[in-house]
Design a protein around this ligand. Structure first.
Ligand SMILES: C[S@@+](CC[C@H](N)C(=O)[O-])C[C@H]1O[C@@H](n2cnc3c(N)ncnc32)[C@H](O)[C@@H]1O
Length: 216
């Protein structure tokens, strides 16, 4: 984790609920792709869940799943809890505080999760977070379980758009440990080491990708 600001945009607020402009724009389009790959039952852990807007959007679309959103940041956890209360969804668990770079993810049992979801986290965090996320997916996903990532990635060492290259530079100028990750160079090798196979890559608006891994 880092002591830098955790969000790059100004967030609105209504009571405890925070509003992320980017989550407001992308939550439905990401949900529609997620629905193609997500399990329909069992427990799905969302890490680095931020405001909680994605959590309630996804949980509402997957009523048979127990959605467990969380974030190491206390203000984000308060917002997640406020969003869950506001939406009145029975299948959203209280927010956890898991830092994916930790050796143990509190409250998770080895081989038990049906899915893990992480949006816009691994590039706004040191590389240890990517390493921890993939290793944790290998430990905590059940066989056939899905790891769903969303955000900007370069491919084979090449940025997919000038705007992503500029974004990468701006991230690195804020914190040299941050940066757009390379799917083939950085992430797939970590996934392979963790026993995960790349199942799909879906191009998303604004030069983002949805990336789906499956545990063997
Ligand atoms: C840019 S925000 C994205 C929030 C939300 N997923 C979204 O797309 O709107 C990144 C989030 O990742 C969290 N985060 C950073 N490093 C983390 C780590 N090592 N483990 C878990 N969460 C982390 C931050 O606290 C922050 O809330």
């Amino acid at each position: 984790m880092t002591d830098k600001p955790i969000a790059l945009e100004d967030r609105g607020a209504d009571g405890g609920r925070l509003f992320s402009p980017s989550a407001g724009r992308n939550r439905e389009v990401v949900r529609d792709v997620l629905l193609r790959f997500a399990p329909r039952e069992g427990e799905v852990l969302e890490v680095g869940a931020g405001t909680g807007e994605h959590a309630v959007t996804f949980a509402a679309a997957l009523p048979g799943v127990r959605w467990r959103p969380g974030d190491p940041d206390p203000q984000s956890r308060a917002s997640i809890a406020a969003w869950a209360a506001h939406e009145g969804l029975a299948n959203v668990a209280p927010p956890h505080a898991i830092d994916v770079s930790a050796a143990d993810w509190e409250g998770c049992e080895a081989g038990a999760l049906a899915g893990i979801v992480s949006l816009n986290m691994i590039h706004i965090s040191p590389f240890e977070s990517a390493r921890g996320l993939l290793a944790g997916a290998g430990r905590y996903l059940a066989p056939g379980g899905v790891l769903f990532l969303y955000g900007p990635f370069s491919r084979g060492g090449v940025h997919t758009a000038p705007s992503n290259e500029a974004f990468d530079e701006s991230l690195k100028s804020r914190d040299a440990r941050w940066g757009v990750r390379d799917l083939e160079g950085d992430i797939v090798p970590l996934a392979r080491d963790a026993g995960l196979e790349l199942a799909d890559v879906v191009e998303m608006p604004a030069n983002n990708l949805s990336v789906v891994f499956r545990k063997g």
